[in-house]
Design a protein around this ligand. Structure first.
Ligand SMILES: [Mg+2]
Length: 297
């Protein structure tokens, strides 16, 4: 007989008869094994679980759970990619970020024999015009050879000098807190090689200190930020560069792929705070104390 030919399609399948022997299962012996499921122990009435409330009881919970909507038919939430941004290192500009420039420009004023205010105001004017700060010296003494004058000052014992009083008060505690939090801390700015020696002599809480004159490349060159990345020993996006100047710090550091904190401190920090020039910065600081909380939040 062919498979399926033993039963006409219009004839219902015979169902097994319930077992007539109480306690031996509903349908009796299996037609395949001939065995009968052993009856389980009788469950005491007080332990039986019923989905129906006892007769006469007030209305209980619904006998069936409310239908759950099909997940495939639910409106889908917009897909959001979670960006994990890891900061491993913090690099600091030097002038007016870590060190006050007062002594530097006062030294030039005294050397050239002009009032310190005249020198400071001229520096502010030329930098505000987007010019090099050295143009203040060229305005005061046209044709000046700045390099030769710098060496003459050094030879006369009136050269560049830095000591603890030149540091902004938050520098040591803020850099120390960053290192304790596990960040690599480096210092790199547009400064002379002599400034680099003086900063290292201060034994700052930093892993490395370097200056543009030591590297032979200065801000805003991309080459400077390439050296910063090497010094920080991290990928550009893992580094925060902290500085006060939009053209030397914010724009070129962002262009190189670093993250940037603009510091409202010193003449440039105040002049360009809240302007479109510093808006691209990732963070805006009034103090270095703010930095650790911002980059770890
Ligand atoms: Mg600066």
């Amino acid at each position: 007989m062919a498979f399926g030919a033993d039963r006409p399609r219009d004839q219902p399948r015979a169902r097994a008869e319930p077992c007539q022997v109480s306690g031996l299962g509903r349908y009796g012996p299996s037609p395949h094994t001939g065995r009968t499921r052993a009856p389980g122990p009788e469950v005491p009435a007080h332990l039986r679980v019923s989905r129906r409330p006892p007769a006469g009881s007030p209305a209980g919970p619904p006998l069936r759970s409310p239908p759950r909507p099909c997940p495939a038919l639910l409106p889908r939430a917009p897909f959001r990619r979670r960006l994990v941004r890891v900061i491993r290192a913090v690099a600091f500009d030097i002038g007016e970020t870590l060190v006050r420039d007062d002594r530097y420009w006062a030294g030039w004023a005294d050397w050239l024999g002009v009032p310190r205010h005249t020198m400071a105001a001229l520096v502010g004017a030329v930098v505000g015009q987007g010019r090099d700060s050295g143009d203040a010296l060229r305005l005061l003494r046209p044709g000046i050879d700045i390099g030769a004058e710098y060496r003459a000052r050094e030879a006369a014992g009136r050269g560049e000098h830095l000591d603890e009083s030149d540091l902004h008060p938050d520098v040591r505690p803020a850099l120390t807190a960053l290192r304790e939090a596990g960040f690599r801390v480096v210092v790199a700015g547009n400064q002379t090689a002599r400034a680099g020696q003086l900063l290292r002599a201060l034994d700052l809480p930093a892993d490395a200190v370097a200056t543009s004159e030591e590297w032979g490349v200065a801000k805003p060159s991309a080459g400077f930020y390439a050296r910063v990345t090497e010094l920080a020993d991290a990928a550009p996006q893992e580094i925060v560069y902290v500085g006060d100047h939009p053209v030397n710090d914010v724009a070129p550091a962002k262009a190189y792929g670093l993250r940037v904190a603009h510091l409202r401190r010193g003449p440039w920090g105040h002049l360009w705070a809240g302007t479109p020039e510093t808006e691209p910065a990732d963070w805006h600081l009034d103090s270095l104390h703010d930095l650790r909380g911002l980059i770890t939040s």
